[in-house]
Design a protein around this ligand. Structure first.
Ligand code: AMP
Ligand code: MG
Length: 315
């Protein structure tokens, strides 16, 4: 955990420093045309876990990945004709596309919340573009505010909420759009997942088809959907201190297992390992997975939220 948060200028030196922090797994807030984002290397599990810790998010909801070009976006998602149409019309800009995650794409499962889709965007803000070009890889970034607070549109807002919790903020002045990006789902028929900087009518005109407006809440938080996305094949039993017959064991802290989320009881490490270890234990073919107790504090709340979904009765 960094002590003081550095304020970096939006110049070559500041960009180089920010990219170095990202490469080392640290968190850097940066301006986009919508709001300030809290960025981390999207391929680094621990760095992405640290985003959730810094924001004190009680859930692992999926994060938007920022890249410097549509060409780079295509490394991470399965592209389509519809994606090509809207990307050429609105990127760089305040439009996020949700597309099928490309097989073998190097993105932490914490970024997608283990979903088979990825949200990706090419921001237009010159500072964001310079930073992404300097870093050269995908940057996962939710808004740079503590969970439940208003999104920041100036560097001072970022510091008001996150000073001492993140390594640095790049000061690029006020964000011109000030509302979040529009999120367009293109994994199936076009669907508006969140209204934002690009109006839905404009998207419909570009695509030449209607865009369904089911709403982000329905799309992501419908319990059935969440269950089907997060449930391993094996039955999951929580707060276990010992395994029962036929179970694989996922340990934490003093409770050992076939795999441990964190032998030292480090919740950031545990969050970083969560999806990897669940998949690995599920792949052993065990009938059940017994999971050690995880404390209900800090990142433990998000870990327990996800584990409870995995353990919920199947439809
Ligand atoms: P924020 O990072 O706070 O701007 O929020 C990003 C939003 O993007 C989340 O609340 C999700 O609803 C949405 N999102 C990100 N990834 C996906 C995805 N794979 N599928 C559907 N929605 C997504
Ligand atoms: Mg937000």
């Amino acid at each position: 955990m960094p002590n003081a948060t550095e304020t970096l200028q939006a110049d070559a030196q500041g960009f180089a420093r920010a990219a170095a922090i990202w490469r080392a797994g640290g968190l850097v807030a940066f301006p986009t045309e919508t709001v300030y984002g809290l960025g981390a290397d999207a391929a680094n599990d621990r760095a992405v876990a640290a985003i959730f810790e810094a924001k004190e998010r009680p859930r692992f909801n999926p994060l938007i990945v920022h890249v410097d070009s549509a060409e780079r976006a295509r490394d991470f998602v399965d592209w389509s004709d519809a994606a090509e149409i809207v990307a050429s019309a609105f990127w760089p800009g305040p439009l996020t596309l949700v597309l099928p995650l490309r097989q073998g794409a190097r993105v932490s499962p914490l970024v997608t919340a283990d979903l088979p889709t990825l949200a990706v965007r090419v921001p237009a803000h010159p500072v964001a573009r310079a930073l992404l070009a300097e870093f050269g890889g995908p940057v996962a970034a939710p808004s740079a505010n503590p969970s439940g607070r208003i999104s920041p549109t100036e560097a001072t807002h970022v510091l008001a909420g996150l000073d001492g919790r993140i390594a640095a903020v790049v000061d690029g002045g006020a964000c011109p759009v000030g509302v979040e990006s529009t999120i367009l789902g293109l994994a199936g028929d076009p669907e508006l997942l969140r209204p934002g900087g690009v109006p839905v009518e404009v998207l419909e005109a570009a695509l030449g088809t209607p865009v369904a407006q089911r709403g982000e809440a329905d799309a992501l938080t419908a319990p059935g959907q969440m269950r089907s996305h997060y449930a391993p094949g094996a039955r999951v039993r929580l707060n276990a201190t010992e395994r029962q017959a036929g179970e694989a064991m996922l340990g934490f802290g003093a409770v050992a297992g076939d795999l441990s989320l964190s032998e030292t009881g480090d919740l950031v490490e545990a969050a970083a390992n969560l999806f990897h270890h669940l998949h690995a234990l599920d792949a052993t073919g065990a009938a059940g997975i017994a999971v050690a107790p995880i404390p209900e504090r800090g990142l433990g709340r998000a870990i327990n939220d996800r584990l409870r979904r995995a353990a919920a009765p199947r439809d």
